[in-house]
Design a protein around this ligand. Structure first.
Ligand code: AMP
Length: 366
């Protein structure tokens, strides 16, 4: 079997690494001369809107998938010879924060209050209605906290508009959450669904720094409401593959922030901490194979390596640490790798994490 992946970043690399032991050949489409997935996959050079390159990818693949949301939907739609999963309608909804939150609302999934903003007057009115603090975000193309401005007082309205105005925007109430959570579901081509245990995530400056699965102290009711929300989204979109839903936890009440129609950083722990990883299950789902177990083996933490790759020897000093380096060029704010560690209890995990956090913090460049 052959899988084609639009995008050759670390998610493409980890998808190809998961495909390899199953005997599935991966080809990635990426414009970079040397992308980090090209170590482990065939590489077609081309931009995501290069129809000839997409057709070449299609000719080498039984199914096409994508590892990045900000790809051109229309060009992908033109590829009629090869099936593409997840569905492009799901990709289109996820590309626009306003459509995404409108979908959540239509499914009865609670969100922060929000309004679409196209003019500074609309921003002034919405800030009055929603109240401050609030977060102004670009509707499209934002990731890792980019394209966002937190408005704390009315004087920020003009500043935020000067920074982001001119492109379609959304204003959201600022949520004073207790913590952030994510849930990853996988859905097969015939509609079978499974969810991984939830993940507690911690972002710094809009970038995921650390996650723990399952979250320490989570009620059955909170888990059930997350499962219900992600199931409703996947069913509504007739979804196939892995889907991540990011949530704010306000004392057990969940507000949906966004979903990603792909494998997701909040699920990287599943490579080492779950029976079958999100990457393998995504591949199984899109290629119409039965899915593997989503059960968590032991409490597992994942720490992102951001900006700079720590010395391998320093990481390897921790015998239980599982190391994933992406071989990406170093740049502040860039995810260049991740590590995971598992333990029998959350207490033991917390103790094991302290020196690892200290080491990673020394190298991190946000
Ligand atoms: P996003 O790009 O929407 O995932 O935002 C990145 C991060 O910014 C989130 O993971 C939160 O930590 C923070 N954030 C985004 N939207 C809000 C909000 N409405 N209220 C509070 N924090 C937010």
């Amino acid at each position: 079997m052959r899988i084609g992946i639009v995008g050759g970043g670390q998610l493409g690399r980890m998808l190809a690494l998961a495909a390899h032991p199953l005997g599935i050949r991966s080809t990635v489409l990426d414009a970079g001369d040397e992308c980090c997935a090209s170590d482990v996959a065939d590489h077609i050079h081309g931009t995501f809107d290069d129809v000839a390159a997409l057709e070449q990818l299609a000719s080498r693949s039984d199914v096409i998938t994508f590892e990045f949301e900000n790809v051109e939907v229309e060009e992908l739609r033109s590829l009629t010879s090869t099936r593409i999963f997840p569905p492009l309608d799901a990709l289109a909804v996820s590309q626009d924060r306003f459509s995404e939150k409108t979908l959540f609302q239509s499914l009865g999934i609670e969100t922060p209050r929000f309004a679409a903003i196209d003019t500074i007057d609309e921003l002034r009115n919405a800030a009055g209605e929603i109240g401050l603090p609030a977060v102004l975000k670009t509707r499209r193309m934002g990731y890792d906290g980019k394209g966002q401005f937190v408005l704390r007082e009315s004087a920020d309205i003009e500043r935020a508009w000067n920074e982001l105005g001119g492109t379609p925007l959304i204003l959201e109430a600022f949520v004073p959450f207790d913590r952030e959570l994510a849930i990853i579901a996988v859905r097969s081509r015939e509609g079978t669904m499974a969810t991984y245990p939830m993940t507690q995530t911690k972002h710094i400056g809009g970038i995921l720094a650390e996650s723990i699965a399952p979250p320490p102290h989570i009620s059955k009711e909170t888990t059930a409401s997350a499962v219900q929300a992600v199931t409703a989204i996947a069913e509504k979109l007739d979804y196939v593959g892995a889907l991540a839903l990011e949530l704010f936890d306000c004392d057990g009440r969940l507000l949906a922030n966004e979903f990603a129609p792909r494998v997701h950083n909040s699920g990287h722990w599943t490579i080492d901490g779950a029976e079958c990883s999100q990457f393998e299950n995504h591949i199984r789902a899109v290629l119409d194979l039965p899915m593997g177990s989503t059960a968590c083996i032991r409490p597992t933490a994942m720490l992102n390596l951001i900006g700079r790759t720590p010395a391998l020897g320093a990481l390897a000093h921790f015998p239980d640490l599982r190391i994933h380096l992406y071989r990406k060029a170093e740049n502040p704010g860039r995810k260049v790798g991740h590590v995971t560690i598992s333990a029998d209890t959350h207490e033991a995990l917390d103790a094991a994490l302290t020196p690892i956090r200290r080491l990673i913090e020394r190298y991190t460049q946000r």
